[in-house]
Ligand binder design. Sequence first.
Ligand code: F6P
Length: 323
Amino acid sequence: MKKIGVMTSGGDSPGMNAAIRAVVRTAVYHNLEVYGICRGYQGIIEGDMYQMLTTDVSNIIQRGGTILKTARSKEFMTEEGMAKAYEQLQAHGIEGLVLIGGDGTFRGANVFFEKYPIPAVGLPGTIDKDLAGTDFTIGFDTAVNTAMEAIDKIRDTADAHNRIFVVEVMGRDAGYIALNSGIACGAEDILIPELKTDMNTIVQGIRDDRRRKKNVQLIVVAEGDDFGGAVDVQKVLNEQVPEVDVRICVLGHIQRGGSPTFADRVLASRLGFAAVNALRAGIYQVMAGQINGAIVLTPFAEVVKQKANIPTDLQAMTYVLTK
Ligand code: F6P
């Protein structure tokens, strides 16, 4: 193998740049040519790529976003799109790929590489942490810390006014950001897509808490919760406990940006290094992850089979710690 490509795909996540840096530097160290592919799968289809040298990845380890840009390509989901992508990779002489992305990226990889078996290794880059084969994904730690800092600020003003705040965090299909930021901020209720939301219990809890003069209440809801988002929760509370002042805050894309934490920078560096070494060792169609501190390579097909994996003790703990 002489020439490899690296791309970021799907929603960006803090630490993607640190991962690109690790991939480029490891590859160049081993005398591989590296091409940076812009805008993920769409960039492959359009042949939008350029050679990267070690200097191209200077001064990016601390930056959020991705210098290679990213996209969710609809065209790549079609037979024609995949055929075009394969032609472009052949035309550019790309013999191996490093893919940095989340659930959608690996679903695409699973289909594409089945038909066009180009050696590829993935890195888990998503704030959602909804992939199997790794304890943490690149960007998750930063996103949770961002959400935590924001919710702490909300608590100050909630306390000043004796208000209830419903804070909506990201996670279309996964509640890991909500669960972890909620626990870290001492939220009374945490609503996540993996567990059924019972609004009657939440309303009863608020009434009980008010009776015993607990006046600040934080409810953290994942955007993909089965009951709905912050607006839906606020509507029910306004109807059921009209005596209470309820405000909402949707944190949104603020959670995707910002300088990555040390944990995300180290994880990204380790996994980028491991991905290139896997390619060099002839281990393909796997994602490099970290489980119990060790690097683990998991086949693409397994990575997207992630089942809801919410530890049951956390709910019980949250209940006790907020009483
Ligand atoms: O996949 C990461 C994520 O941030 C999800 O948590 C969120 O639902 C989605 O991306 C938002 O995507 P977009 O930036 O396309 O609105």
